[in-house]
Design a protein around this ligand. Structure first.
Ligand code: FES
Length: 157
């Protein structure tokens, strides 16, 4: 479930904080569950967790920024990770990236205004034999062309 900030309801935190009440070292599971509930970790949620657990916000942010699994910014509904590592680059990854930028109005490294897409550029997904490669919502797409990538992304619901 991804919450809209305008309607951010802190109710999901009740059960999460109750489950870990008084437990030392529970920062990571609390943040994991909060991220599952909100889709990311908005600063309002971190402030609320801090208020109720008395864990300083700075500590929560420190943990959230240390571990790659945590997100402090809202992501799009679909996460597109396009590889621009050497094997993919020489096989035209940059043209695929440009095609996505133009067609879906999402710049590399950012999220579209409608929060449909987030595009990240990565540097080797370990599938160089399929270059150029992208991973879209955990699905590996290989031997891409700009058109095939845009077509597959446009078909997402
Ligand atoms: S360089 Fe792209 S998968 Fe390895």
């Amino acid at each position: 479930m991804i919450e809209d900030l305008a309607t951010l309801d802190m109710a999901p935190l009740d059960a999460i904080l109750e489950e870990y009440a008084g437990q030392k070292g529970a920062v990571i599971p609390i943040l994991q569950h909060a991220q599952e509930a909100f889709g990311y970790l908005p600063k309002e949620v971190l402030a609320e967790i801090s208020k109720r657990t008395r864990i300083p916000v700075s500590q929560l942010i420190g943990v959230a920024t240390f571990y790659a699994q945590f997100r402090l910014d809202r992501r799009g509904k679909h996460l597109i990770r396009v590889c621009d590592g050497t094997a993919c680059h020489v096989r035209g990854a940059s043209k695929c990236i440009e095609a996505v930028e133009k067609s879906l109005h999402v710049a590399a490294g950012s999220t579209s205004e409608d929060y449909e897409y987030t595009m990240e550029i990565v540097y080797c997904l370990g599938s160089c034999g399929l270059a150029p490669v992208a991973v879209v919502d955990d699905k590996v797409l290989g031997r891409l062309t700009p058109n095939s990538l845009v077509d597959q992304l446009s078909g997402l619901d």
